[in-house]
Design a protein around this ligand. Structure first.
Ligand code: ADP
Ligand code: MG
Length: 505
């Protein structure tokens, strides 16, 4: 099947075509200084090809998460353990779901480690899942730097190794690299060299121009044309684009780059089950440890090895493992009891309020495994739901009432990560307690920001779930029309006792 997607127009006004099937075999390098329009170009490419091929975006800035609303990409937050990322990457291939790995907010070294774990996870997928995937990496010089220095050598090797796998050995496994860089001279040569298609945008540094000319097989004078290119103008060359250098203007995009000012949160309408599918480990995976790929360890000094060999019981060959006790059967009640114990172990930690649900979920999985909790693990959304109820601090008496049942069903209407906050305030209303302060609401949402807390209330109000008002003394009251209940007046600016407790520990 030949699919030519439309990237924009060539100077005569004809459409600028990109042959997707050819691209899968021959990869693409986009280069241009900051502001030349690379990310826009990648977005155009992703939007136009979304219906034809699975896509994975490695997104250092969190720019591409907006693809999720329009095209259904699952957004994977890079703030996870490497094992978790590798597992998700594997399932992304298995289920052929397009996704955006956002690395926003991580430091450079963490970004490199997260990208490496994810890329390697995709690379290591079983042969039966080697379907074609476009793997788009923006700011690729971060992940495949030509020289070391900024980060630990270990992280650099790991990330460079993953990028080299993607560009040099990925093809057979269905991985087609599309990489963009603002500084060609800063991108590792072997990674750049594997692309046969190029889109060159405005380039002003001589050293980048020289590298571009070499890659494209142009003489350096000819490459001077890259210096004056306007934003959104690129020169295309390669089997998927054009046989001769062809100036093109990239067309418009349907989705927008997410503004860099912090937003409240994405509130996806996407069916929750897609996320469940991706984030919930298989029971099988749950019972075996995930092997994390590390950079090849440095060679050990021979003296170490000799010392080890001379020991009577070499450390490397430990006694054969005891056969694992078969997982015992337990009653549903007992299982429930253990489950609750594990949940409260995690949630009782005052610091847990400031960790994201996915981090807590990871912790939960580990502890459940340690406790040998049999059967399939809770899915991420089940976990969130139970955590939300536990976090609301509801007592047995309130929980048994009809109002609470209504509150729980109302909470199903807000996204998973907001249920805890919602239930906490609802509980205050049902019990007639004072309205929680901004600081307390913020903690329930896992943040320190009072502004975010107020925005959350604003959001619930917009959804028609609550009505916020103040009493004569300026204290805040939150009313729940559906519960016919409202909180007692509370001071919005009061300090959060739980936080003080957490800080003291
Ligand atoms: N072809 C284009 N048409 C319209 N606007 C564009 C085009 N290319 C880039 N822009 C705009 O120019 C700005 C910089 O583009 P961006 O893609 O972020 O550059 P880069 O990633 O190369 O730094 C953005 O605001 C983007 O929307
Ligand atoms: Mg960019």
């Amino acid at each position: 099947m030949q699919v030519g997607i439309d990237m924009g127009i060539v100077s005569g006004g004809d459409p600028a075509k990109l042959d997707i099937e050819e691209l899968l075999a021959t990869r693409l390098l986009v280069q241009g200084n900051s502001g030349s329009g690379k990310s826009h170009l990648l977005r155009r490419l992703l939007e136009q090809s979304a219906q034809w091929v699975q896509q994975v975006v490695i997104d250092p800035e969190g720019d591409f998460v907006t693809l999720s609303d329009r095209f259904g990409h699952v957004v994977v937050d890079g703030e996870r353990t490497e094992a978790e990322l590798a597992g998700i990457a594997n399932r992304i291939r298995q289920h052929r779901v397009s996704c955006v790995l956002t690395l926003e907010g991580l430091d450079l070294e963490e970004q490199m480690r997260a990208a490496a774990a994810f890329l390697n996870g995709m690379f290591d997928a079983d042969r039966e899942f080697w379907y074609p995937v476009l793997v788009v990496v923006d700011e690729a010089q971060m992940f495949a730097p030509s020289v070391g220095g900024d980060v630990s050598e270990d992280a650099r090797k790991l990330s460079l190794g993953a990028m080299t796998n993607l560009m040099c050995r990925g093809r057979k496994r269905g991985l087609a690299g599309v990489i963009a860089t603002q500084r060609l001279a800063k991108l590792a040569k072997n990674v750049a060299a594997e692309a046969s298609n190029f889109l060159m945008g405005r380039t002003f540094l001589d050293i980048d121009m020289a590298r571009a000319a070499d890659l494209l097989g142009m003489d350096r004078r000819q490459a001077e044309m890259f210096r004056d290119l306007k934003r959104g103008n690129f020169v295309a060359l390669g089997p998927a684009l054009s046989r001769r250098p062809l100036p093109i203007v990239i067309g418009a995009v349907e989705t927008s780059a997410r503004s860099s000012s912090p937003k409240l949160m994405p509130l996806p309408d996407a069916p929750q089950d897609v996320e469940d599918l991706i984030f919930t480990p298989d029971p099988e995976e749950f019972t075996r440890p995930i092997v994390v790929r590390r950079a090849t360890p440095a060679l050990r000094p021979t003296t170490d090895i000799l010392a080890e060999l001379s020991r009577s019981m070499p450390a490397a060959t430990s006694a054969p493992q005891e056969p694992r006790a078969a997982q015992q059967e337990i009653s549903p009640e007992e299982r429930e009891e253990r489950l609750s114990a594990v949940l409260s172990e995690i949630l009782d930690d005052p610091q847990s309020g400031y960790r994201t649900d996915s981090v807590l979920y990871q912790d939960f999985l580990v502890r459940a495994r340690m406790r040998r909790l049999p059967g399939p693990p809770l899915s991420l959304s089940e976990f969130r739901r139970r955590a939300a109820i536990a976090r609301s601090g509801v007592d047995a008496e309130t929980a048994a009432g009809e109002a609470w049942a209504t509150a729980v069903s109302l909470s199903a209407g807000v996204s998973d990560d907001l249920q805890g906050v919602f239930l906490m305030i609802a509980k205050a209303a049902i019990a007639g307690d004072p309205c929680p302060s901004d600081a307390r609401i913020a903690r329930a949402y896992g943040t320190h920001s009072a502004r975010r807390a107020r925005r959350l209330l604003g959001y619930f109000e917009e959804q028609g779930l609550i009505v916020v008002h103040t009493d004569f003394s300026g204290k805040r009251v939150v009313a729940f029309p559906d519960l016919q209940a409202e909180t007692a007046p509370g001071n919005a600016d009061a300090a959060d006792e739980g936080e003080a407790r957490a800080a003291a520990e």
